[in-house]
Every structure is written in structure tokens, then in C-alpha cells.
Design a protein around this ligand. Structure first.
Ligand SMILES: Cc1ncc(C[n+]2csc(CCOP(=O)(O)OP(=O)(O)O)c2C)c(N)n1
Ligand code: SF4
Length: 323
């Protein structure tokens, strides 16, 4: 694939809209409201824990992606949630694969679709943080470098949850896991900097608390060719030791405390912050989760300082290289 093709996102035929999806003008005529599609591709009654952020994320993403989606899932909680025929939780084709291999498998499926002349189907790779930040990073980097035609989604619950809450390189500083019983004493890896360094056509962060922003970005990513990457923070009540009813509230707090800034990046070069955070103290987010119960005031101050530093870097990027 030529360099030219890698850096210039090409438009592709828009996927057929989900039947119930529609845009409508509000009575005032001033505001256009887009209704969430009513068509569901994630059937009720799955084995996900109550309040699973990863499960809610899949529901939102598939509503935006539509029926012509092939989902690739390596080892992770979602390999269990997706279930097996004839009890599969998703109504779109789903392929399970080895932990480290998701991006390679997606590359192969993409090649198969091209050989068959199928230009409508989209490959969506659905991977946890362990499979993205750690074990699948090599395969992901290769696929990004080749600009494979795939939407790669990392649902980030900040630990290896399926095997009992072991730390990953996405686990934030101070968090308890079974392998960091005193709290993790290292930073969270900045996956977006790694992804954007590949100069992929599109990369973005989304939040379960901002479904319209999520939907816009997923649909944009859906209709671009080449490698696209989206990160979604996915609260996990058993792993975060939080209330299962607080998934969306915690997602919102993560954005408003600047721990999970929402932005998009085109070609790794042009940046745009899409939601302005309310600038709340990180303590508002940390104090609602048992995994941070060992933190003292100094720890919280250190985390706040790091969050402020990261935000300043991001803000500067968006100002110097705006989208
Ligand atoms: C090569 C390999 N090593 C370890 C495992 C065991 N394993 C299965 S799922 C999993 C955790 C996955 O963590 P993550 O990708 O963060 O997704 P989550 O479970 O949090 O949804 C592990 C370690 C495996 N299946 N294959
Ligand atoms: S352990 Fe966490 S990520 Fe896994 S299904 Fe339960 S809530 Fe979801």
C-alpha cells in the first residue's frame, strides 16, 4: 500500500442506514437531533456482569456500525459475553481468535472480503486493554502500519478482568488489582500517542456518557477506508469495586476530571478536542471506586498533577495542529 494512500483517508460507500435510524428537525427548526437507532445487534440476556461498560459500549458501537459488520474478538471478557451458536449474543457475524492475533485475523478477513468483491462489510476488531496495550500490540502495530481496512476498538477496563483483575499497562497509577495489591506504582501507557504515531487516517476517544459524540465518531470511522482506532473507557464494577449503577456516571466523571479527554485525530497530525471537560478534581472520580481506597492525599495530588500535565500537552496539540 502506497504512502500516499496511508496518509490520505479515502471516502468509501456509506453503509446502509439502520432501518429505524433517522434525523429529524426539532420544532424550533434550529437544532438537528439525531435519534439513536432503535435496531439492536446485541440481544438481551447476555452473561455480562450488571453494569458492564464493555457490554454497553458494544451496544452503542453496533448501533452506529449497522448490520454489515464482522466483529473479531480475541480472548477477553467479550469472548465469553458473545457466547456460542446457537446462543450468540450478537446478531452480526462474530469471529473469536487467539489473544495476540486479533489485528492479524482482521487483516485476513479484510483480504477475504476484498477477494470476494464485498465492499459493503466492515471489520470491527473488539479488544480489551490487555489485548491492545500489551499482548496484541505487535499485531496491532503491523496492521496499522499496513493501513489495513479495519475499525479497531479498545474497550479499556484498565485490567485483565476476565482472568481475575490482573494489572495491565492500561491500569492507572494507584489502582488496586490482584497483582498490584498495594496500588500500581507506574503510569498508564498512552496508547493514543502510540496509535497516532502510525499516522493512521482516524483515531478517537469516546465515552459511554456522551453517546452522541460516540455515535458521530463511530459513523465517521465506519465510512473512512484504512486503519481506524477508537478507545472507549469501560467501567467494570467487579474490577473497579464500584456500584453497577454508576457506569455512566463514572464515565462522565472521567471526562470531566480530564482523566479521559474526548478528542479525534486525523492522519496522526490534526487534533480536535470534542468535549470540553468541566475541570472537576480527580478525587471526584477516584473516591467512588474501591480500587483506589488505599490512596492518601499525596497520592491524589500526584495523580492530579499528572492529569493536568497530560491535559496541557493535549490542549497544546489541538491548538498547534487543529483539525
Ligand atoms: C496467550 C494467552 N495468554 C493468556 C490467556 C488467558 N486470558 C484470557 S482472557 C485474559 C484477560 C484479557 O484481558 P483484557 O484484554 O484486558 O480483556 P478483559 O478480560 O479485561 O475484557 C487472559 C489473560 C489467553 N487466553 N491466551
Ligand atoms: S468482569 Fe468487568 S469487563 Fe468482564 S463482564 Fe464483568 S463487568 Fe464486564
Amino acid at each position: 500500500m502506497s504512502k500516499q494512500k496511508r496518509t490520505a483517508p479515502r471516502a468509501r460507500a456509506a453503509a446502509p442506514a439502520a432501518p429505524a435510524e433517522q434525523a429529524e428537525r426539532m420544532p424550533s427548526g434550529a437544532v438537528m437531533e439525531r435519534r439513536l437507532a432503535e435496531t439492536e445487534y446485541f440481544t438481551p440476556g447476555s452473561v455480562a456482569c450488571p453494569g458492564c461498560g464493555g457490554a454497553l459500549a458494544m451496544r452503542h458501537f453496533l448501533r452506529a456500525m449497522g448490520p454489515e459488520t464482522v466483529v473479531v474478538i480475541p480472548a477477553c471478557c467479550w469472548a465469553i459475553i458473545a457466547g456460542q451458536f446457537p446462543y450468540a449474543a450478537l446478531t452480526v457475524p462474530t469471529v473469536n481468535c487467539l489473544f495476540a492475533a486479533a489485528s492479524a485475523v482482521a487483516s485476513g478477513i479484510g483480504a477475504g472480503l476484498r477477494v470476494r468483491g464485498d465492499r459493503g462489510a466492515r471489520v470491527m476488531v473488539w479488544v480489551g486493554d490487555g489485548g491492545t496495550y500489551d499482548i496484541g500490540l505487535q499485531s496491532l502495530s503491523g496492521a496499522l502500519e499496513r493501513n489495513e481496512d479495519m475499525l479497531y476498538v479498545c474497550y479499556d477496563n484498565e485490567a485483565y478482568m476476565n482472568t481475575g483483575i490482573q494489572r495491565s499497562s492500561a491500569t492507572p497509577p494507584g489502582a488496586w488489582t490482584t497483582t498490584t495489591p498495594g496500588g500500581k506504582d507506574m503510569a498508564k501507557k498512552n496508547i493514543m500517542e502510540i496509535i497516532t504515531a502510525h499516522r493512521v487516517p482516524y483515531a478517537a476517544t469516546v465515552s459511554l456518557a456522551f453517546p452522541e459524540d460516540l455515535r458521530e465518531k463511530v459513523k465517521k470511522a465506519r465510512d473512512i477506508g484504512g486503519a481506524r482506532f477508537i478507545h472507549v473507557l469501560a467501567p467494570c464494577p467487579p474490577g473497579w469495586k464500584c456500584q453497577s449503577s454508576e457506569t455512566v456516571k463514572l464515565s462522565r466523571l472521567a471526562v470531566d476530571t480530564k482523566l479521559d479527554p474526548l478528542y479525534e485525530v486525523e492522519n496522526g497530525l490534526r487534533w480536535r478536542i470534542t468535549v470540553e471537560p468541566r475541570n472537576l478534581p480527580v478525587e471526584d472520580f477516584l473516591s467512588r471506586q474501591g480500587r483506589f481506597s488505599n490512596l492518601d492525599a499525596n497520592d491524589v495530588r500526584r495523580i492530579q498533577a499528572e492529569v493536568d500535565r497530560n491535559w496541557a500537552v493535549l490542549r497544546r496539540q489541538a491548538e498547534v495542529n487543529p483539525l
